[in-house]
Design a protein around this ligand. Sequence first.
Ligand SMILES: [Zn+2]
Ligand SMILES: [Zn+2]
Length: 293
Amino acid sequence: MAILPQRHPSLNHARIAPPTRIHSSATAPPRPRRPNPSPITLDPAPAPRPPLPNDPTLRSNWSHRTWLASGCTTVLISLSKSIEAAAASHTYLEPILAALLGYVLADLGSGVYHWGIDNYGGAETPVFGAQIDAFQGHHRWPWTITRRQSANNLHALARAVAFTVTPINIICGDATALAFVAACSGFIMFSQQSHAWAHMTKSKLPPVVAALQDAGVLVSRTQHAAHHRAPYNNNYCIVSGVWNEVLDGSKFFEIMEMVIFFRFGVRPRSWAEPNAGWTEEDEDEPEATSLLS
Ligand SMILES: [Zn+2]
Ligand SMILES: [Zn+2]
């Protein structure tokens, strides 16, 4: 006791307490009751916050621009090689039909990909984590896509296109195959742009884009608005939207979700609705964009 400084009475008391001994229950002296410690309170996790209008996460950087330029260059190489091969062989109908098929299937691909990252995985998922996280944020704050700069919005798919299409450009010289690849990869790469246009008011859209939406060439604002309403499990396609009715009417994604659940035991996020992760939060700012205006 003497070695402990007296200015720490609590420590002093702790040090002079007898060592712990094992007593039988019959002979054990009653232990002094200690007052209940105050309950431990943990600070709740901070609620996610929407990006600010000038948030750096919405701006393009040189990496985004480089990947977008690489993706565009890759698609243009496919297209120019296709035209060159078509001119050399005087074959035009097949490449044109193949390009149309590529455009149609790009919509299907955008729907399957969108469904996958909306429903499975998380921010920590390898390769797709950033996209999954971004799409979850998009469901909470859909209007932010209209403020995201183009290269920021498109760079992830542009990078995937650059890596996928470059080997095809090197080994393929067929006009029809290259036309399909150019159209399909190009529309997939720009699917996030048609998605952004589907969130903009008609008055803010370039007239030609509004006309293409009205004609069904690009996904319409009305159709995509349904994706952001309960039950949050339909209208995944974001290029032309032509596959939405087919996929939703046939319950294609619901069947796929059941197959994955019974095979792997993994539930899609859409089964957990409603929860805050999907529910759109109101925008505070006066220039709020309405999907239907
Ligand atoms: Zn979605
Ligand atoms: Zn959206």
